[in-house]
Design a protein around this ligand. Sequence first.
Ligand code: SF4
Length: 109
Amino acid sequence: MNSIPVVEIESSTELKTKTTQTTCPYCGVGCGVTAHVTPTTSGPKVTVEGDANHPSNFGKLCIKGSNLADTLGLETRLLHIQCYAIKTSVNLLIGILQLQRLPIIPAIH
Ligand code: SF4
């Protein structure tokens, strides 16, 4: 009896979902959130759910937390240090502040 050969094809273009444990930024409760980010051809698709193991919320989220994926984004978030709207490093920023601020401290005190 002939059987149909089965060939397993490994897809190198498979879009993998990245899961991150984080906290809700909206209030001081600090509920645990599990965020799933899946790359798609039209941009990343983000979904969130309550972290079942987090002691603040045990998997539950209020209306604000459950809508995090729709209300937060990276478009307007500061993702790196800037000085006068120019991306910089911590050391350079400290140097700039020292040059600007140190001379006026004796004048204040
Ligand atoms: S999910 Fe609701 S209660 Fe929890 S931290 Fe966010 S805003 Fe606060």
